[in-house]
Design a protein around this ligand. Structure first.
Ligand SMILES: C[C@](O)(CO)[C@H](O)COP(=O)(O)OP(=O)(O)OC[C@H]1O[C@@H](n2ccc(N)nc2=O)[C@H](O)[C@@H]1O
Ligand SMILES: Nc1ncnc2c1ncn2[C@@H]1O[C@H](COP(=O)(O)OP(=O)(O)OP(=O)(O)O)[C@@H](O)[C@H]1O
Length: 283
């Protein structure tokens, strides 16, 4: 049995620079990963198929051939090696359609699991080509390390390691469609990311998808206001196309106080205490 973590990604900053003719947008984004996420299991010789467990399993149908785990496996079989389909178990711990790339992380974990099972190098360029075809966030999730993303997010440059800051993720459990958020972007280029130390660049940056996402899901306003009011917050911002927002802290006890405040004020929201991670780790 192969176990692959599928950690959540956060966009520490996300600058939308232009609308492209193909319907995508040119971005500059700082990708970072946290220590927690979904967990994917592969038994390469088990009965083929996908089972889904975990707190967010109900949001996905295991029979859907469009699940990104099965899409990744199909692409691996046609483009890398015609291996037998495997038995997959996805422990779905991340909310679906929430801006922290759960599906993209699962697809990347599936590619890593298949590579391990079938003796393919993790940095094989064919895996990155498959990842880019599966979704804009999948190459970054395959890399799994802090990176500057350009193009539609698939052109990656590694960043120096980030400090292991405490992170609080909060989602008001309102699903947000990535395509709908991009479609509401106002078309104004507000400028490039600065150069320099990644954390300083992130703090000085923006998420240009916040205004359109907030228009679609006003609960994001409440999440951001609550996070920004907490003691010890270095940065509070929405990730990706939302609705998950993150807060960064130097100290774990400030994160714990913030988590208590969120649960007390909004017991129905999803809240995860985690840390910035340099590498995915097996839980
Ligand atoms: C918002 C981010 O999460 C930031 O990392 C990503 O840009 C979105 O990545 P993703 O969910 O993997 O997105 P994809 O599956 O590639 O695209 C979903 C839809 O989002 C829009 N989209 C996505 C990425 C991009 N650079 N420009 C876009 O306009 C397109 O309408 C596209 O049809
Ligand atoms: N394994 C999967 N996990 C989650 N969603 C999946 C999966 N496979 C396919 N999907 C589909 O992908 C869509 C986007 O889900 P996902 O959770 O990746 O969104 P997201 O967190 O907004 O991602 P991003 O930040 O990359 O935009 C969902 O609506 C879902 O139907």
């Amino acid at each position: 049995m192969i176990v692959e973590p599928a950690p959540a990604k956060i966009n520490l900053a996300l600058h939308v620079r232009a609308r492209r003719a193909d319907g995508y947008h040119t971005l500059e984004t700082l990708f970072a990963f946290v220590a927690d996420g979904d967990v994917l299991h592969l038994d390469p010789s088990g009965a083929p198929g996908l089972r889904i467990t975990g707190p967010f399993a109900a949001g996905l149908s295991p029979d859907d051939p469009g699940n990104l785990v099965l899409c990744a496996e199909a692409a691996f079989r046609s483009q890398v090696a015609p291996v037998a389909p495997g038995a997959w178990l996805l422990d779905k711990r991340l909310p679906v359609a929430s801006g922290i790339g759960g599906g993209s992380a699962d697809a990347a974990a599936a590619l890593r699991a298949l590579a391990r099972a079938h003796g393919v190098a993790r940095d094989d360029p064919r895996l990155f080509a498959i990842a880019a075809a599966l979704g804009s966030d999948v190459p970054a999730c395959l890399l799994g390390r802090p990176a500057l993303g350009r193009g539609r997010g698939e052109r990656l440059d590694l960043l120096p390691p980030l400090p292991p800051l405490a992170v609080l993720l909060v989602n008001p459990l309102v699903p947000v469609s990535t395509a709908a958020v991009f479609a509401r972007w106002d078309g104004v280029d507000r400028g490039a990311l600065a150069h320099g130390a990644p954390l300083a660049v992130a703090i000085g940056g923006r998420n240009d998808l916040e205004p359109p996402a907030r228009a679609l899901a006003p609960a994001i306003d409440d999440v951001l206001a609550l996070l920004a009011a907490q003691q010890g917050v270095l940065l509070a911002r929405m990730s990706g196309s939302g609705a998950t927002c993150f807060a960064l802290f130097d100290h774990a006890d400030d994160r714990a106080s913030a988590a208590r405040a969120v649960v007390a004020s909004q017991p129905g929201w999803w809240c995860l205490e985690t840390t910035l991670a340099a590498q995915p780790h097996v839980p």
